[in-house]
Design a protein around this ligand. Structure first.
Ligand SMILES: [Zn+2]
Length: 699
């Protein structure tokens, strides 16, 4: 049986009222977004759509035929009109005159820009000739799990014939490119009644005379495949379950334990971010009899393969007799063996002009009874790689249930992975940001300095976990930062830093969210003001609890993770000018802040041999955006200086040597410096960001 998600039929979402009055390119966009809105129809970034439209040439004023086709690197679900490339059909046809044969097909890519209509800057993709040469007005190319399950079956040609008769044709595996475009054209001319074609090990082409007809054909063909599998694929999935699935809390606990260790072992060249998936589709696979043999076959569709590497690594873990320490002890050897296998594959398949071997580490880690962990250069890529492997699992479920599943032949897989055009695309990618792949946890993350710090770190590509006790502010901060940098980059945890259990749980959530930790910014705080004889024990303890014990608890947890992960670490304490300079009427606060600074120095000493750096930023009088500076403390300080609260900011400015106000962004900049490799050789240091205060000069 297919799983619930794959088993349900696709709905026809076409709404004629919505398309009334739309131009053809707008209808193409509407259809593309509808198709891409369902991952059963096509995976993220996979597949493409096109329409051939008559338009007025901007130079001659004559009507010409223009191909609108999804451009390079887009996603049909989220594409906008500017995501389509536009090309003159007569020029695309003229390419046949210069084509020198299949061994030179890649050179045609260089001619595609010569076919551009209306100076459209959107680059045409490698699939452009496939759409151009299908002699139909509206063409869809999708990667539906149910169709790829047919395409990846050993007898896919017979299955296609059996399910669709003459309506849908079949073409043997051929890497996408110019030649495949010619094959499609030939097929259509020889089979004028066909409504589409299955491409072996790849996906589906369908077409129609109108946008609506193309859309409805695509949905109908996929639904027919889904229905056929529902009827035919009745054997237990993947040979049946032979191992138990752990319960949800146990699965999370195992993932939290494994992720930072795997991350440390594979992040030597480039820091990676992780993603954990224990959805039902994954659990069915990782508890099954055929997990190991099927995983070893690798994926089929080239899109799946490019995202997930040649094959996943199956972690040695027995959910029936869980021994996590044994699994942990064996990880290093398993990862080294995977890398050796990958290097051997590279050596076997490389060609004279192949690019140098890329990162040999696995992307997908399957843990029996637990789920799937994926690691990539950033969170979005790790998440999407996981989604692709779920597509691959769905494909294997279908194909292995009705036939024999076949992965892509190794040399074909290699030629796609190390395709010179793919390499050129990688070379064109912008240089990674300075904190790309780094994971930070910021306490007091919803407040002024904390949020400014999260913002600064995210600006440099870091993933950030905001930790705070103010649920409302936390939600607002996460929403704001997600809106600016993308949902994948930010998570939040409710954390009372004085609670041992809450700190442990919060860091655990961070590990599950991103797979590890590189940076701790300990910033959660409060401030109080009272003469010593009026300082209650409760007030004294509150300062010590939050500022000293809180900093201790979060540092201890970070150190434990850093030592497990074995990839160094970075701690930045936000202390205070008052940690160095005594201030009247605030002895509890000043003492706790001084303890923080000394704690940082002790930790710098302890962490150095493990490449864990610990440094301090000392702000002074950061009023703007601060939750500390609202209410009581502000009034207490104003009273202590015998002035109006509104005059405080000016008072502090005038008191500073530089006569400047200090803002959260100024503190965030110093934190970023200490958290980044710019300060790689600094530990045990204090950076004052206080606009100058002679009393707090370090000595
Ligand atoms: Zn494709």
């Amino acid at each position: 049986m297919l799983d619930k998600q794959q088993g349900a039929r696709l709905a026809n979402l076409w709404d004629e009222a919505k398309v009334t009055g739309m131009s053809e390119p707008e209808k193409l966009l509407y259809r593309s977004n509808l198709l891409g809105s369902d991952k059963r129809i096509t995976n993220y970034g996979g597949g493409n759509t096109s329409a051939k439209v008559m338009e007025k040439d901007p130079l001659t004023g004559e009507m010409v035929e223009v191909l609108w086709v999804k451009g390079s690197g887009g996603d049909v679900g989220t594409i906008k009109l500017d995501g389509f490339a536009t090309l003159y059909m007569d020029k695309l046809r003229a390419l046949k005159g210069i084509y020198r044969g299949v061994e030179f097909e890649d050179e045609i890519v260089g001619y595609l820009p010569h076919c551009t209509f209306n100076l459209n800057p959107r680059a045409a993709s490698i699939d452009t000739p496939l759409h151009a040469y299908v002699p139909k007005t509206h063409v869809d190319h999708m990667h539906p799990d149910a169709i790829i399950a047919i395409a990846a079956s050993q007898n896919s040609k017979e299955l296609t014939q059996q399910i669709f008769g003459d309506e849908i044709g079949w073409l043997p595996w051929k890497r996408p490119g110019y030649e495949l475009g010619l094959w499609l054209e030939k097929f259509c001319l020889e089979n004028p009644k066909a409504r589409g074609v299955v491409l072996e090990s790849h996906g589906l082409f369908t077409w129609g005379d109108t946008a609506k007809e193309a859309y409805e054909t695509t949905i109908e063909i996929i639904n027919r495949a889904i229905a056929w599998f529902e009827a035919e694929n009745t054997a237990p999935a993947f040979g049946g379950a032979v191992k138990p699935a752990l319960d949800s809390a146990e699965r999370a606990a195992i993932a939290k334990r494994l992720m930072p260790i795997i991350r440390g072992l594979i992040s030597a060249a480039e820091k990676k971010v992780g993603h954990f998936d224990d959805s039902q589709a994954v659990l069915d696979f990782v508890t099954s009899k055929n997990l190991e043999p099927l995983a070893a076959l690798g994926t089929s569709c080239p899109d799946h393969f490019l995202r997930t590497k040649i094959r996943p690594l199956v972690v040695d873990f027995d959910p029936a007799n869980p021994d996590i320490e044994k699994t942990v002890a064996g990880l290093s050897e398993a990862i080294v063996a995977y890398r050796a296998d990958y290097a051997a594959y590279y050596e076997r398949c490389k060609r004279a002009d192949s690019p140098a071997m890329r990162d040999p580490n696995a992307v997908v880690y399957l843990v029996p009874g637990v789920g799937m962990i994926t690691f990539a250069k950033d969170k979005a890529t790790a998440r999407i790689s996981g989604e692709f492997y779920v597509n691959a699992i769905n494909v294997m479920r279908g194909a292995s249930g009705v036939s024999t599943y076949v992965g892509l032949p190794e040399q074909e897989a290699f030629d796609i992975e190390y395709w010179l055009l793919e390499e050129a695309k990688l070379q064109r990618m912008p240089k990674p940001k300075s904190l790309a792949g780094r994971i930070a946890l910021v306490t007091g993350g919803a407040g002024g300095i904390g949020k400014a710090t999260a913002n600064r770190l995210m600006q440099e590509g870091a993933c950030v976990v905001l930790a705070d006790i103010d649920e409302t502010a936390l939600e607002a901060a996460q929403t704001e930062l997600a809106g600016r940098y993308g949902k994948d980059f930010v998570r939040s945890v409710n954390m009372n830093v004085t609670s041992e259990a809450a700190v442990e749980a919060g860091f655990g959530d961070a590990l599950l969210a991103f797979g590890g930790l590189d940076i701790l910014v300990s910033n959660a705080g409060l401030a109080s003001s009272a003469a010593i004889e009026d300082t209650t024990l409760a007030l004294w303890s509150k300062n010590i609890d939050i500022l000293t014990t809180g900093y201790f608890l979060v540092s201890r947890e970070a150190f434990r993770i850093f030592r497990n992960q074995k990839a160094g670490g970075n701690v930045v304490f936000v202390a205070s000018k008052n940690g160095l300079a005594a201030s009247p009427g605030a002895s509890a606060y000043c003492t706790a802040k001084a303890a923080e600074i000394h704690l940082a120095r002790c930790l710098a000493l302890e962490g150095a041999s493990a490449q864990i750096r610990v440094n301090v930023v000392n702000p002074d009088a950061v009023l703007r955006g601060s939750k500390i500076w609202t209410g009581e403390w502000k009034e207490q300080r104003a009273a202590a200086y015998k002035m109006d609260v509104d005059d405080l900011e000016a008072h502090y400015r005038e008191r500073s040597m530089l006569k400047l106000s200090v803002f959260p962004e100024d503190i965030a900049e110093a934190i970023y410096f200490l958290a980044s490799d710019m300060s790689a050789k600094s530990t045990g240091n204090i950076v004052n960001v206080d606009a100058g205060n002679a009393q707090s000069f370090t000595r």
